[in-house]
Design a protein around this ligand. Structure first.
Ligand SMILES: [Fe+2]
Length: 136
């Protein structure tokens, strides 16, 4: 199962946001491994719980940063975060109903892990020039 790592192409210019992205990516990699290997339901449930709580805290922090640095992606970012929350809830429902199916594995990889890293690269990184401009 491919593991995605944080790299400089995901840098936002804000250390706390980058650290939270690294943590989210690490837990999504763990979740992908857990569902693809059919690990214990309690382990998968624990990861889903942790991702739900942590992503809510992270999104709030990042949204505040975008407003503070007057980032043009702020609105688009807010909507994308809402989509992620909906997807995570849908995945949780799927898991509770059907368990760790092959379909769930694909959804975790495509709709969570790949979605998040693409979102970071396209949207969250729009913070970087705003942070730099504020510092100069
Ligand atoms: Fe974001």
């Amino acid at each position: 199962m491919p593991t995605i790592q944080w790299d400089q192409s995901m840098a936002t210019g804000i250390d706390t946001v980058d650290a939270q992205h690294k943590q989210l990516i690490a837990w999504l990699n763990d979740l992908l491994a857990a569902v693809s290997q059919g690990r214990a339901g309690s382990e998968i449930q624990g990861l889903l719980d942790r991702l739900g709580t942590y992503s809510a805290t992270h999104f709030g922090h990042e949204e505040e940063c975008m407003v503070m640095y007057k980032c043009p992606a702020a609105e688009e970012n807010l909507l994308a975060h809402k989509d992620f929350v909906v997807t995570l809830a849908a995945l949780r429902d799927d898991f509770e109903r059907d368990g760790a199916t092959a379909h769930l594995v694909v959804r975790v990889e495509v709709e969570m892990l790949r979605w998040l890293t693409t979102h970071i690269k396209r949207t969250d990184t729009q913070l970087l020039p705003c942070v730099k401009a504020a510092q100069s």
